[in-house]
Every structure is written in C-alpha cells, then in structure tokens.
Design a protein around this ligand. Sequence first.
Ligand code: AVJ
Length: 317
Amino acid sequence: MARSPTFVEKDRPQEAAVRAELLHGLQATPAVVSPKYLYDALGSRLFAAITELPEYYLTRTEASIFAREIDAMADELPAGLTLVDLGAGNCEKAARLLGPLRISTYVAVDISVDFLRDALERLQQHHPEVDMLGVGSDFSSRLVLPAAVGDGARLLFYPGSSIGNFTPAQALDFLRQMHPAAQGGGLLIGVDLRKPVEVLEAAYDDPLRITAAFNRNLLRHVNQLVGSDFVLADWRHRAFFNSARSRIEMHLEALRSVTVRWPGAERAFAAGERIHTENSYKWRADDFAALLVDAGFSAIRRWTDERGWFAVFLARV
Ligand code: AVJ
C-alpha cells in the first residue's frame, strides 16, 4: 500500500522578528547578515549550481565517501531507525541512505516546508514502505522537533558540512542539543576539513563567479525582506581563508561609499567596508571527534576520502 507524506510547519518565522534580526545586523559594525538569508528560491538554485562546480569539492567528496562506505555504516546501525534529515532540501542525499540503512521513517526538515513538498512526494513513490514526514523549521538556533516525529530511536543526518556555519562554541551547543534529540540513536554528520588554502579559496571564489552571484543575491533577498535599497552593482564578493580561525569568510564589500535606506532608518558604508555574510569552518578530524565526545556522543567512527579533504562521522549516543 502506497503511503503519502505528512507535512507540518513548526514556528513559521515571524516577519517582524526576521526584520528586527536583519536590521540589527545591518546597523552593527562590522555589519553582518546570517547565511540563512542566502537561501531564497534563487539562492537555493545558485547553491545547487555551486555543488556542480569543479572547484567546489565538498558535495562530490562527501558523496564519494557515502558511496564507498555505506555498507560499513550500515554495519554500525540497527534496522528500523527514524532518519531525521536536517536541511533536507531536495532530499537527494538521504534518498541514497533509506534502503542501505534499513530506515523505517524518514523525516525531512528544512527552513520552509514548501521546499520539501515536491521532493518528498517523489521520494515516497520510490519508497512506499517508508513513513515520511516533512517539517518546516528553522533549527539553526534551537533544535525542536514536533511530536509527530515519534519516539523511536533517531539517526540525525546533518550532511554537507552545514555544521561549518557555526563557530566551534555554537557547534558544541548544537551537538549537545542533538544528543538527547537522537533518542538513543545516533548522528551521521559531514564535516569539511583543513586543506591547502588555494584549494579552499578556489572553492569559494570560483572563476565562473557562481559563488559571487550566490553571495550578492543575498542583497536582493534582504531588499525584499526589509524594503532596503541595496544596489547590487555597488557590492563585490570577497571570500578568503582566515587561517587563525580556520574558516572561510564570505563578505560583501562596498565598491564605493554608499548609503542604504530602508523604512525608518539608513546606513552609510564607506568604500571598502564589508558586510559579513558567512563563515565556513574547516575542522581537523581529531578536533571534531573530540567535540563529539564533549557533546556526549560515543562509539565514534569516521570515514574520509583518499585526499583527507572531507570526513563523515557516525556517533552513537
Ligand atoms: C552549505 C554551509 C556547507 O559552507 O560550503 C557554499 C555554503 N557558501 N559556497 C559551505 C556555501 C559558499 C556551504 N554550506
């Protein structure tokens, strides 16, 4: 019997709260906008294009690790887990895990439930035996899953090095929230590793300038959300490796002095002044394993590619 997915929306982000958060960041020195605003409909498509770039090794490398090690991963896990996909998007990565990991329930979580509908309905056709639930939730600051996810042991799935957007302190806090949320199951997480700076910087400043478009598109999204009048031609993409903090930083840099206005206020930017839009931390595998232990996880296994560029960790609670 073919089932159909269920959808729930958890705490839809309030327009007023979004405005307040954005305007607070735009008035700060240095100005800052959360990377979650990179992902409007166009931004999500630009990110998908980034994952196809030869320079953006992350997605491809992670996929190669899963392709090679999926049976070893399955050996570590009981059948019948609930797979909770944090940041599911097109559900493509999880689709390859359902069969091999003998998943009984699949929960796709993304910032907007609307991003999930088509993908989850399509996936359900291919896996009629798996219960499927789509959840709209911004879990980036607090991981709260609706009761509908159920009380079975969960395998929390956090691929793509999304954890890289968090500072080490925030990452620890997030992992500590994940530990009880797994309900006796575990965590399967992809983490980008330190590597030569030229490789890192090319991945975030590609010659086709897709990453530049992805970053600059954030200003259009902000204009839409707060009614500001950013002119994209006034801003250039900057991405560089901050070695002391072991992170790629993305910024938007004013090409000339500009004043940006929005209902109720304005902000002047000098030529060369920047808006910080993203951090992407690059971990040492041993440091990340220690972080998992700190967060309460145990029985940690890790797999990497032959270049040692990316790691997938499996941790049990
Ligand atoms: C989705 C956060 C993993 O940090 O590599 C890609 C986002 N930013 N290119 C990353 C991103 C610029 C990506 N994550």
